[in-house]
Every structure is written in structure tokens, then in C-alpha cells.
Design a protein around this ligand. Structure first.
Ligand code: UD1
Ligand code: MG
Length: 461
């Protein structure tokens, strides 16, 4: 059998009016990446022959996101948004000739590979099946089109909520919006669409009626779960989708051997990688690009982004690790510590109240409480290098560029502007002077003055 050519058409031209946003709807992020990127990752796993994304005019951010897609993507621009049916027709020049056309919606981004595979299989099950539609039974069907099936289980029609009768609105089987369509029949079916509906648009959903009128078969197949088929039209649905996705990511992390002390309070990025026996405390947020190796611990209330943590390291509680932070084996980052573009070598400790940016901290070094690397002069960034085994006393400012040699000591409260040689002590603060008995004499003088004033007042009064 010759391979069936599969074209995927993703509709993403809508303005997302209900989002009340200046950003194209499909560019709103879920777990740290745009909706459209989630969908493209799933599409790539299907290994399609062609992928077309229908965008609107003036969507530069979306165009950039598409250049980073994991598969080659052709973009077509739908100049006027005349409905989902019109949007598919816009893709004709690229999708024509394919055996099957899989139509996906950019605002249904969490659909899994399995549901899409079922949909394609339903279309290919028999040559007379012109359209297979993905159905779902959400807890609240409000806003979705409803699937009207005949006595024989065949799909007869899809009715949009706005056009539905009260009886039709009682139907629980909803249109997830995704379809696999016979590529030889699709374009003729689209040509029959009319804007005779509540929105005055050319609805893709109306091809079902057109296909039935032509004596063709349409089928509905249910997806694996309604959660993954949520359509995102508003911020409330965006938050719901984020919730479903986070639940999925938490479950995956635990399945892979990480302990989450309070899973519902941990927020993952789509690409967070946790090793085995990693322990994540309550209220931890992962931005994109974080890897935590086996056996490392992230204690409660930490925020990490663009960070790699090696095994046995302990982070937090209350730490903020920013992009470019690399924490080596067994190192410790404690409370109220911020790091950025910083390499913390094995066994080093930055335990309290510090900022370590554009810096390296050598193996086993101890950075005392309140140490600040002064890396920025308002124009340029400069580096601080702390050697292995060095000891930085509390409340020191290291004015970059500066190097603290291996094994050196910096006295507490120092403002270090010059390099410190290995194994030496740098003291960069005012020398302490002491005047014996000064405080007692001062108090006695002040007390005498106060008593004299009081005596004068009583005499006058
Ligand atoms: C659509 C379906 C509805 C289904 C729901 C599932 C239609 C007519 N309705 O409704 O049955 O239950 O999805 O979530 O298909 N788009 C374009 N160009 C256009 C119009 C839309 O590219 O001219 C894109 C949008 O960017 C969006 C997608 O198509 O990504 C769906 O459009 P949307 O307006 O969200 O349709 P729904 O009202 O959600
Ligand atoms: Mg929608």
C-alpha cells in the first residue's frame, strides 16, 4: 500500500477577542511556552507530510514562534477572518493533493497524540468516510458546538451553541473542533459553505451537513479526555488549561521518581527535568530551562529559571535562581539568595541573604551572609571570581571585576575593589578605634545637663 499523504492545517488567525488582549490568542503561554508551540510539538510526533498554519495579518511574534517549530511549517495569511471554514480554504494551495487533511485549532493546544491518531484512523477506516470529527463530553459544554448523531451513530450535523435550539443545547457530546477530512473531497465541501448563521461566518462545522447531503459518511470519535480538548477562548479557560497541564506535569514528575511534598503548589515549565529522588518542597515555581539532577533538594518557596542543579545540592528555602545559574554537586544555596549567570562549584555554600551574579564560586568556598557581588555599573556587567575554599565574611561587597584567590579570607564588612591573592586576608573597612570609658562619661555628662534643666524649670514655675 502506498503511503497516505497527510497534511495538517492549524487555524490560528483569530484575534481571540474574548481574551481581551493585544497578543494573538495562540501566543498566550501555557507552562512557559505559547499554546501554538504545544500543538506543534504534538503535530511533529505524527510525522505529517505537510503542515500549514493559517495566521492573521500583523502577527510578528507568531511568525517568529513558527520559525522555531520542531517541523517545517508553511504559513498562509487569512486577510479577513471570515470563519473557520474560510480559514481552511485559505490553506488550499499548500494542502491540496493530500490524501487526508487534519484540521486543528490553535486554541485547542493540549490535544494528545493518541486522540489525533484515533481521529486519523477513523477517517481512514473506510473510503466512504469523508469526515471524522473529534468529540468530547466536557463537564460544562457551554460555548461548544454540539454533535448531532443519527440512530445509526453516524454524525449528521454540528450545531454551534449560538445557533442551537434549547433541546440541542442539552446534548452533552461536543465538538472539540478537530477533524480529519478526505483530501479529495474537502475543497468541494468547503465551496458549499454559506454564512447563514448567528455569526455570519463560514463555519467549518457546516461541511458535515454538506457531506451528508452528498451521501457521504461522517463519524464522531471521542478523544481520550475532555480536559486535553479544552478550547481556550477566555482567560478563565486559559487558567483551566494551565491547571490541566500542570496536573499532567506533576503526575509525570512523580511517575519519574521525584517527590513533590505538595504537588498542587508546584508549578512546572513544559521542559522542567527532574531526576530520581529529587525532593521538591511546597510552593516552588519552575520557569523554562531547569534541570535538577538525582537526589537534589529544592526546599519550599523557591523560583528557578534557566538553571541546572547537580545531584545532592540543596536549594532554598526562599531562593531565587535566575538564568545561567549552575549549581554543582552538593553545593548549597540558602534563604533569600539570588543568583544569576553564576557557577557555584561542588560543595560551595551561599547560605544567607546574598546576590551572586556574573560570578563563579569555587569548590568548597563559603560565601557569608549578606555578600553582594556588585556586577553592574549602570552600563556594563563585570565578573567576580571566588577561588576554591575561599571564605567571604558576612556583609561584604565584591566590586567586579575582582578575583578572590583560592583559600583567601575576606574580612566581614569589607568592600573589596582589588584582587585578593590566594591564602591571604583582605580587610577593606575602617579600622576600629576605642576610647576607654567614653560611653560612661558621655552618659554622666548628659544626665547632669538634663537634671540642671529640670531644676531651672521648677524654680521659674
Ligand atoms: C469552534 C467550533 C466549535 C467547537 C470549538 C472547540 C466552528 C464554527 N466552531 O468554536 O464547534 O466546539 O471551536 O473549541 O468551527 N480561526 C481562524 N480564522 C477565522 C476564525 C477562526 O483562523 O476566521 C481560528 C481561531 O484563531 C481559533 C480557531 O480557528 O484558533 C477556532 O476559532 P474560534 O473562534 O475560537 O471558534 P470557537 O467559537 O471556539
Ligand atoms: Mg475557540
Amino acid at each position: 500500500m502506498t503511503k497516505q499523504v497527510l497534511a495538517v492545517v492549524i487555524l490560528a488567525a483569530g484575534l481571540g477577542t474574548r481574551m481581551k488582549s493585544t497578543r494573538p490568542k495562540v501566543m498566550h503561554p501555557l507552562a512557559g511556552r505559547p499554546m501554538i508551540s504545544h500543538l506543534l510539538a504534538t503535530v511533529a510526533s505524527l510525522d505529517p507530510d505537510r503542515v500549514v498554519v493559517v495566521t492573521g495579518p500583523d502577527m510578528p511574534d507568531l511568525a517568529v514562534a513558527l520559525t522555531r517549530a520542531p517541523i517545517p511549517v508553511t504559513t498562509v495569511v487569512q486577510q479577513e477572518r471570515r470563519g473557520t471554514g474560510h480559514a481552511v480554504a485559505t490553506a488550499r494551495a499548500v494542502a491540496a493533493g493530500a490524501d487526508d487533511v487534519l484540521v486543528l485549532l490553535g486554541d485547542v493546544p493540549l490535544v494528545g497524540r493518541e486522540s489525533l491518531a484515533r481521529l486519523i484512523a477513523a477517517r481512514r477506516a473506510a473510503p466512504e468516510v469523508a469526515v471524522a470529527v473529534l468529540g468530547m463530553r466536557p463537564v460544562d459544554p457551554t460555548g461548544y458546538g454540539r454533535l448531532l448523531t443519527g440512530a445509526d451513530g453516524m454524525l449528521e450535523r454540528i450545531v454551534e451553541e449560538l445557533d442551537a435550539s434549547p433541546a440541542e443545547r442539552q446534548i452533552g457530546l461536543c465538538n472539540a473542533g478537530l477533524m480529519a477530512i478526505d483530501g479529495r473531497r474537502l475543497w468541494a465541501l468547503l465551496a458549499q459553505l454559506q454564512p447563514d448563521n448567528a455569526k455570519g461566518e463560514l463555519y467549518l462545522t457546516d461541511i458535515i451537513q454538506a457531506a451528508r447531503a452528498a451521501g457521504l459518511v461522517c463519524r464522531a470519535v471521542e478523544g481520550t479526555s475532555a480536559d486535553e480538548l479544552i478550547g481556550i477562548n477566555s482567560r478563565v479557560e486559559l487558567a483551566q488549561a494551565e491547571g490541566f497541564l500542570q496536573a499532567r506535569l506533576r503526575a509525570a514528575a512523580m511517575r519519574d521518581g521525584a517527590t513533590l511534598l505538595d504537588p498542587d503548589s508546584v508549578y512546572f515549565s513544559h521542559d522542567t527535568r527532574l531526576g530520581r529522588d529529587v525532593e521538591i518542597g511546597q510552593n516552588v515555581v519552575f520557569g523554562p530551562g531547569v534541570t535538577i539532577a538525582d537526589g537534589a533538594q529544592v526546599r519550599p518557596f523557591c523560583h528557578l529559571e534557566g538553571v541546572s542543579v547537580a545531584s545532592g545540592a540543596v536549594i532554598g528555602p526562599f531562593a531565587r535562581l535566575r538564568p545561567g545559574t549552575v549549581v554543582a554537586e552538593g553545593a548549597r544555596i540558602g534563604n533569600f539568595v539570588e543568583t544569576k549567570n553564576a557557577a557555584i562549584a561542588a560543595g560551595a555554600k551561599v547560605n544567607h541573604l546574598s546576590y551572586v551574579g556574573d560570578a563563579s564560586v569555587g569548590a568548597g568556598a563559603n560565601v557569608g551572609a549578606g555578600t553582594i557581588t556588585c556586577n553592574y555599573d549602570g552600563f556594563d556587567k563585570a565578573r567576580t571570581e571566588i577561588g576554591a575554599g575561599a571564605f567571604i565574611g558576612s556583609n561584604s561587597s565584591l566590586i567586579a571585576p575582582v578575583k578572590i584567590g583560592a583559600g583567601a579570607f575576606v574580612a566581614a564588612g569589607s568592600v573589596v575593589t582589588e584582587d585578593v591573592a590566594p591564602d591571604s586576608l583582605a580587610v577593606a573597612r575602617g579600622t576600629q578605634a576605642e576610647k576607654p570609658g567614653w560611653a560612661a562619661a558621655f552618659r554622666a555628662r548628659k544626665a547632669a545637663e538634663k537634671a540642671a534643666r529640670k531644676a531651672r524649670k521648677t524654680k521659674q514655675g
